[in-house]
Design a protein around this ligand. Structure first.
Ligand code: OOG
Ligand code: MG
Length: 250
């Protein structure tokens, strides 16, 4: 598959819709499913799921105005202290997220935010590193869906915070790159409440006969724009109540 070769050879390709202008969202999810099946057949493992384009900042930056989802695999997860090796990806960008860790399955349709909260073991600071396999990070909605929502790497914090006693909408965030504040935000940037992104994911997956699974990492989407990163960059995100997380790029 062209997207898989682009990722393997680190050469960005033209959007699929340039060649197949009629590509629909349903076709794009089918392509995404084939890609993930291929990785699993090669020995990778699904460890979670992500929502993307759930904040206005991201939607406006990418010119795509609907949430999407993609899968997170074991090979994408960075260990604590492990650098992001920028030479392994095409044109990486980093974005802060509030990661959810689930303690029970969530099967839609009809999942409510209350059920999503009850299924959440903890939340923790995260960096998602996205890497579009398309030239110049330019794509339409079906393109980015087929490309597994630009997933590339993720780092989650060691903190485990129960989100029961506070309002995730009000969690403030400061994102620093090389010691300078590049973005600030609050949880409410993500669909009004990051919990609603988890709820949306559970119900969206149900339309493919799938569910969110106990033990999975769920990324609800970035609170702010993603920033390009290169060798030597040092990133830090600090969230109110959740704490800080750093990522070094080599
Ligand atoms: C698509 C992935 C978006 C998010 O958190 O909004 C995403 C992209 O921007 O390339 O992961
Ligand atoms: Mg993201």
């Amino acid at each position: 598959m062209r997207l898989d070769s682009a990722q393997g050879e680190l050469v960005a390709i033209e959007p699929l819709t340039a060649q197949y202008p009629g590509l629909r969202v349903a076709d794009a999810y089918a392509i995404q499913g084939r890609l993930v099946d291929l990785w699993v057949a090669r020995g990778d493992r699904i460890v979670g799921v992500k929502a993307g384009l759930t904040s206005r900042a991201k939607q406006e930056a990418m010119g795509v105005h609907e949430p999407i989802y993609g899968y997170l695999c074991e090979s994408m997860v960075l260990a604590e202290g492990e650098p992001l090796r920028t030479g392994e990806v095409i044109h990486p960008r980093a974005e802060p997220e509030i990661a959810f860790i689930l303690k029970s399955d969530l099967q839609g349709p009809g999942v409510t935010p209350e059920q999503a909260l009850a299924a959440t073991e903890a939340v923790t600071p995260a960096f998602e590193v996205i890497d579009s396999r398309y030239r110049d990070f330019r794509f339409t909605l079906p393109d980015v869906i087929a490309d597994n929502a630009s997933s590339a790497r993720l780092l989650i914090g060691a903190q485990r915070v129960r989100p029961l006693e506070f309002d995730l909408r009000l969690i403030g965030m400061v994102f620093e790159k090389n010691g300078e504040v590049v973005e600030t935000g609050a949880g409410a940037a993500v669909l009004g409440d990051p919990l609603l992104a988890v709820t949306w994911l559970a119900n969206a997956l149900a339309s493919r006969g799938e569910r969110l699974q106990a033990g999975w990492i769920v990324l609800p989407g970035a609170l702010c724009n993603a920033h390009p990163v290169g060798p030597g960059d040092e990133l830090c995100v600090t969230f109110d109540r959740l704490g800080a997380l750093s990522l070094r790029c080599s």
